[in-house]
Ligand binder design. Sequence first.
Ligand code: GTP
Length: 596
Amino acid sequence: TDPGVIRNFCIIAHIDHGKSTLADRMLQLTGVVQPREMKAQYLDRMDIERERGITIKSQAVRMPWEHDGETYAFHMIDTPGHVDFSYEVSRSLAACEGALLLVDAAQGIEAQTLANLYLAMEHDLTIIPVLNKIDLPAAQPEKYAEEIAHLIGGDPADVLRVSGKTGEGVEELLDRIVEEIPAPEGDAQAPARAMIFDSVYDTYRGVVTFVRVVDGSLGHRERIKMMSTGATHELLEIGVSSPEPEPTKGLGVGEVGYLITGVKDVRQSKVGDTVTSQAKPADAIIGGYDEPRPMVFSGLFPIDGSDFPVLREALEKLQLNDAALSFEPETSAALGFGFRVGFLGLLHLEITRQRLESEYNLDLISTAPNVIYDVTAEDGEVHVVTNPSEFPDGKVSEIREPVVAATVIVPSEFVGAVMELCQARRGTMEGMDYLSEERVELRYRLPLAEIVFDFFDQLKSRTKGYASLNWQGEGDQAADLVKVDILLQGDKVDAFSAITHRDHAYAYGVRMASRLKELIPRQQFEVPIQAAIGSRIIARENIRAIRKDVLSKCYGGDISRKRKLLEKQKEGKKRMKMVGTVEVPQEAFIAALSSD
Ligand code: GTP
């Protein structure tokens, strides 16, 4: 295809602002999907995406569009919308020359959209602003067109108004794509360079890799090379999605399509990597390459210990399709055998956990998530701590924690509430802008550890659901952190150890001690529950002793009733875990670990 008739674009939108509906409408108007084949949200393939209405994996679709007697080839690249997947978003953007900024005409722009808009501007993409859902009675297109024009410059009258639902304005939008988004440029004679912006595992075909060709071309049966690893593969199939896969002879400058090499694991075909030809390799990766880095760690333990092998297998299967998921076995005295799992963020954790439970039928306990700390011990050795159990004993000279740049957008009446929350979470305000008279953008620098727990929930509840949040990593900072241990009868319960700010340590200790006092049944002897920083006890509770003589109740009663009681007690024991000499029911761990 002549690069002059190619238009590569993506859609930047907040969750629920109607990206999938609009994409579906475009597929229909360009004739690539017949109305009767149309199933709602054609592009969201994974069930879990459908269920949660979140687009996790991006896809690329090729569509033809006639304009002024010329047939253009559009490649629409679907970007993941959530912060956890921001590296994938940035790669999708890098594959495009333009972006549709899609905003719900009844809601206005949200923090994530804003973050992705800035990212698109950094990549020098042409932005076409579009207000969607103008058929809604609550739509306020004038107001939000002002807001958008204020953000990106230009005239509010140039902001397109469409409805993905009724189709109004969508043809005009397709024409604007031809007119405004530049054609791709590249050197057709140069060695091939194609950037991977997505990579999906398919049970039947192995890994399907989506690429955007920048220079040169790739052809069927050619041997290709992954530039970050040097690994080579034969191209078993190359083609475009329209939206079903259609094999072609090859892909040239500016084209977007898929490659199949028979590899079985997305980690061999990584988002952000550059594909070149083995025979005539290029010498530089396009735009650098970043390994996906887990930011949040949590222990996952099967409630039924015999499920451990199933959990391992399930994690291995998920990893085939998720290069960002990392895990290693972990043993906990309290919880038994499990895995320490690394995630990109909390949503990634939640989705993974949900998939493990629903698709693999596992019942899991997860420990409180924590971030990565760099702890310098007194002897100068630096420990990378992803698990409180790795925290070095003895004195430490410095602890560094990851920080993020966070953006919150709220109606102005909630500014005070948001500031209060951010302050309580050790945030530093970096700036504040009025998007319009009623809406404000607040920028904070916050420790990642302070936002991974319930920050978003708190934010939502303090702003009646109106706030939107986005964040991205911004290095690390030294912080006054300590490890708090919880001890039962003098024995550490590893699952409850936590790394917290010194100011919050006491509250954490008191809360866990009193919670456990409620949850752990009385034993034959007195059980002290203590919270400690090193050897210093900071909180204490006692579970008083009882003599649990169940049989005395049956004095004189018939023998079968006695036997039943004994059996019941035995069964109960199975679900008990021993911590030192203390019997703790498994429910107590689950309840104590689930956040308030
Ligand atoms: P994610 O996939 O979660 O990012 O959401 P999305 O942005 O793709 O939104 P989706 O297309 O799923 O639409 C969200 C909701 O808005 C659905 O209930 C749609 O039916 C509705 N919707 C989308 N477009 C329109 C529109 O133009 N008008 C009206 N009235 N509703 C719309």
